[in-house]
Write a protein that binds this ligand. Structure first.
Ligand SMILES: *Cc1c(COP(=O)(O)O)cnc(C)c1O
Length: 400
């Protein structure tokens, strides 16, 4: 990439948030009238998301990464445990295992869905013998085969934590929404600006399990007891049978992963637009599919599930360097024409940190072959038809 010129206002990014006046007013109102942290707006946001996705409980945190960490901690995943996730994902899906001392292991992708391949998961679980957790990632918003994954998890007594960072607004073939945890223990969402809705930075864990919910609340705030947690040291906690006014207990090691009220106010406002956001993304995806349908070199990375996806990314696959330009030259050409593209993702086991720990990229042939051909092109709510036409022309003409 040409790093000497910063992207200008005329550049079309691969992903972008959308804020309107209502969002800005929601933030201003919170700042004028509300609390800044630990108030009622967080609960409103949590209730709204839980209701939208169809889960009983939701816990808002500072990022999707924090949500993955808390979910692992609440599931009591620990030193020596094995957690399986996809080879094609953002590094955070695997790093959460390291945060709790566990060992992340990778599963190859299905070349058609770009999601974790359940058959490969099954093989690798058999080889591992013991499996503590599975973290399926709904890549680009397309839901994984959760019934197959749940079946495998049950055979090993593993917990299932969905990484739905791409998939808020998407649904499963049975009609339930991603986030409902109908086939998992917990689901993780991200509100980073490129995701379905944003709170600047932010994340959430949804669950239907009351015990996990209580653990998540406590772990989010230092491991200090919440109102529903029984107090452990009665002689310090009570005077004449009444709880001391100053008293709290740190009952386990937790974190400060609390979202601010300002972020939650933005989240509540953004959620109202989610269905509109997804509908526009879907239109854009269908236009891209049609535009590349007759191309000899360019094919959509995912072809199925168009009506159920959260449409986080639009990935094309092209045989870069084999009958067309190298991917790097292609990205430079697109950039020179005002189009920013990106690769999602470098296979996680290829990163130096994971190679040093014995992971071998060649064990994931589908991930490697996908990686050599993949490019994400602009997809976001505010992308206009005219801008998309410009992107399509550039994508088609710059390949040779
Ligand atoms: C964005 C993302 C995360 C991390 O979310 P943050 O909110 O940026 O911490 C985790 N997993 C996947 C697949 C993501 O795309």
């Amino acid at each position: 990439m040409n790093t000497s010129s910063a992207p200008s206002k005329h550049m079309i990014p691969y992903g972008q948030h959308y804020l309107d006046e209502e969002d800005i007013q929601a933030i201003v109102r919170q700042m004028r009238e509300g609390t800044l942290t630990q108030g009622a707006t967080i609960e409103t946001f949590e209730r709204s998301v839980a209701q939208y996705v169809g889960a009983k409980y939701a816990v808002a945190v500072t990022s999707g990464t924090a949500a993955l960490h808390l979910a692992c901690a609440a599931a009591k995943i620990t030193t020596g445990d094995t957690l399986f996730t996809s080879a094609i994902t953002f590094v955070a899906s695997a790093n959460c295992a390291k945060y709790v001392g566990a060992s992340p292991q990778f599963v190859d992708i299905d070349p058609d869905t770009l999601n974790m391949d359940p058959a490969d998961l099954d093989r690798r679980c058999k080889a591992a013998g013991r499996v503590r957790a599975i973290v399926p990632v709904h890549f680009a918003g397309l839901a994984c085969d959760m019934s197959a994954i749940r079946r495998i998890a049950d055979a090993y007594g593993a917990v299932v934590i969905e990484d739905a960072s791409h998939a808020l607004g998407g649904s499963f073939p049975n009609g339930t929404r991603v986030g409902s945890c109908s086939m998992s223990d917990m689901t993780v969402l991200s509100f980073h600006p490129v995701k379905s809705i944003t709170t600047g930075e932010g994340g959430m864990v949804t669950t239907n399990d009351e015990n996990l919910y209580r653990d998540l609340l406590r772990l989010r705030s230092h491991g200090i007891n919440k109102a529903h947690d029984p107090l452990l040291l009665a002689e310090h906690a009570y005077t004449d049978g009444i709880q001391n006014r100053w008293y709290y207990e740190m009952q386990e090691l937790g974190f400060n992963y609390r979202m601010t009220e300002i972020q939650a106010a933005l989240g509540v406002s953004q959620l109202k637009k989610l269905d509109r956001f997804i509908e526009r993304r879907r239109e854009l995806v269908i236009r891209y599919d049609a535009a590349f349908a007759d191309s000899a070199d360019i094919r959509p990375g995912q072809r199925s599930g168009r009506d159920m996806s959260g449409h986080h990314l639009y990935v094309i696959r092209a045989p870069f360097g084999r009958g067309c330009v190298s991917r790097n030259s292609y990205m430079q050409r697109l950039y020179d024409k005002g189009v920013i593209s990106q690769v999602h993702y470098i296979p996680v086991p290829l990163h130096p940190y994971y190679q040093k720990r014995g992971h071998r990229p060649e064990d994931f042939p589908n991930a490697l072959s996908y990686y050599s051909e993949a490019l994400s092109i602009p997809l976001f709510f505010a992308l206009t038809d005219a801008q998309q036409d410009q992107v399509i022309d550039t994508i088609r003409s710059a390949l040779h």
